[in-house]
Each structure stands twice: as C-alpha cells, then as structure tokens.
Design a protein around this ligand. Structure first.
Ligand SMILES: Cc1cc2nc3c(=O)[nH]c(=O)nc-3n(C[C@H](O)[C@H](O)[C@H](O)COP(=O)(O)O)c2cc1C
Length: 292
C-alpha cells in the first residue's frame, strides 16, 4: 500500500505475526530512473518480503529487477495487475493488464528471465467481467507463477461493493497455483471464516491492518489481543524512528495519517491525534508521546 506498507510499518506487521509482507507497488520507470529513492521503498533488509512492480513494458521489468536484486534481499518479485487508479489504468499498467493477457504473460516471462527468485502476481477478478480470472489462471499456470493474490472485485468497481470471496473458492479449486485472498478482512473472525470457506493458501490483509499491525497476531492466535496504550506508543515510536532514518522529516509528515489510525480509541486519543498530525520531526513525536 503506497506510503503505508513501507519498511517502518511492514516490519511491525512481521513482528506481530505476518508471515510475509509486500512492498507498495513500484513503477518500473521509477526504479530505473531513480534507484536511490526506489531503494528507500524497496529495501526491507533481511525481512521476509516481496517487491511489487507495476508497469507495461516487459524489458523495463527486466531492467528494474536487475537493479533491485543487486541491492535487496526480497524473496521474490510480484506483478501488479489489479491497481484501479485512473492514471495507472490509463497508462496501460496495473488493472489495465486484465484487458491484455498476452502482454501480462510477456511481462511474467520477462520477469522470470531476469531472476531465479519466485515470481508472483496480484490481481483482481477481471477488468469488467469477473470470470476473466479463470482465463488468466490457465495462462499463469503455464508460466509456473509461485503465488497468485486475488482481490475479488472487478477493476471498474474500485473499492465499491463487497469482495466476492466465492470466486476465490472456485479459483482455488481450479488450479495448482497457491492462492492468496485479499479483501475486506477486518478482524480475526472474518480471516478464519474466509480461510475455512475457501481453503485458500494465504490471506492478505490491507486496510484491516492500518493502525493495527497486531491483527496478524490475533489471526494466528485466533483471539482478540488487548494492546496497552504504552505498547501502541512503542509501536508508533519504532515506526517513526525508522521513517526518520529513511526519509528524515518527510517520513514523519508522511506518517501523520497513520498516527491518527493508531490513536483512534485510546486514552486522550483526540488530544494525542491533534498534536501528532501536526508533528514534523521525530523529536516532536517523541515529546508528544511522552506527555501523560
Ligand atoms: C491506500 C491503498 C493502497 C494500496 N496499494 C496497493 C499496492 O501498492 N499494491 C497492491 O497490490 N494493492 C494495493 N492495494 C490493494 C490492497 O492490497 C488490497 O488488495 C485491497 O485493499 C483489498 O484488501 P483490504 O480490504 O484488506 O484492504 C491498496 C489499497 C489501498 C486502500
């Protein structure tokens, strides 16, 4: 998730039980034109993570992977075929690839040619037809992709309506590719239910983890976890420290929206939120968190 699932937050998700995290999508042009800035988003040290790429030109995926694998330890590379953002789709990337399977497969082949690491795909069920996913799965099977993550909405739906988890169940039955389901999981009850109903191999949590990285621990332990205000402050301190290390004050400003999510329902929440969303430096954040 752009600006959210970078290393500072993702490392907390791993600490609280996530098995694997994905970088936000990185455009192949951004990687090749500005590798220094791209590495700030794509380098998670020795964490268990996958770098996600978005683009539309196979040769640029090769170039981007060559650059990234020289300087990172990601366990694999993922192709974004689902992003519904208007500009992304207009430029033939992300969700637009659901209208062009030949190009998608050319990109997967190019990615495979660039690395011995596993290649995975993240997509939606179709551009405007939810049965298109079955055609794509058949093609991806021939390419031996390692994982297919499906957010079961159509691209044109954006985030409207409900995720159609019934399709994930049908896809899982139809293929040998490991399937990860993504969409609308807000708590451990829903996670366990979806997992049981679909027999999918993995669950991806997006919005349900915002301000709540311990959702992964709740899912693993199959129970609600009570987190104290002090523990939340420790998590926020850690995230801020890492964002400051990577981006300086810009990293803290980018975190403002996350501060609001972390302190939604805690003691003195309104006061804390109001101060944190104005913080511009790491020192300011620490000072605010220290106030009783
Ligand atoms: C702000 C935001 C940014 C996202 N960025 C990405 C991204 O970079 N790559 C990706 O594959 N999906 C991205 N997604 C989609 C999520 O990974 C996920 O599939 C979708 O939000 C549904 O799951 P959820 O209900 O658990 O959030 C993003 C979603 C949101 C809300």
């Amino acid at each position: 998730m752009a600006g959210i699932s970078t290393y500072p937050f993702a490392s907390q998700c791993l600490k609280y039980g996530a098995d694997l995290v994905f970088s936000p999508m990185l455009h192949t042009d951004f990687v090749t034109n500005n590798i220094k800035e791209a590495l700030k988003i794509a380098d998670y040290g020795n964490c268990r993570y996958i770098i996600q790429l978005v683009g539309s030109e196979p040769h640029k995926f090769i170039k981007a992977i060559n650059l990234l694998q020289k300087s990172t330890n990601s366990i694999g590379f993922d192709l974004n075929m689902g992003c519904p953002d208007k500009n992304t789709v207009k430029s033939g990337c992300g969700g637009a690839l659901m209208k062009n399977f030949d190009l998608s497969i050319d990109i997967v082949k190019a990615m495979k040619s660039a690395t011995s690491k596993p290649i995975s795909v993240k997509t939606r069920v179709g551009y405007d037809n939810e049965n298109d996913i079955f055609k794509l799965v058949e093609k991806l099977e021939n390419e031996n992709v390692s994982l297919l993550t499906i957010h079961p909405r159509k691209v044109i739906q954006m985030y409207r309506g409900k995720a159609s988890w019934g399709i994930i169940k049908r896809v899982k039955k139809s293929t040998k590719i490991p399937i990860c389901g993504s969409g609308d999981i807000k708590d451990y009850h829903q996670a366990l239910k979806k997992h049981k109903e679909t027999a999918c191999d993995g669950l991806m949590i997006g919005r349900g983890a915002l301000g709540k990285p311990w959702i992964f621990k709740e899912i693993k332990e199959e129970k609600k976890i009570e987190i104290s205000q002090d523990e939340i402050k420790n998590i926020v301190t850690e995230i801020s420290k890492e964002a400051n290390r990577i981006w300086g004050n810009k990293g803290i400003i980018e975190l403002r929206k996350q501060y609001a999510w972390f302190f939604k329902n805690t003691k003195n929440a309104k006061e804390l939120r109001e101060k944190l969303v104005k913080a511009s430096t790491y020192d300011e954040v620490i000072e605010i968190l220290a106030e009783r």
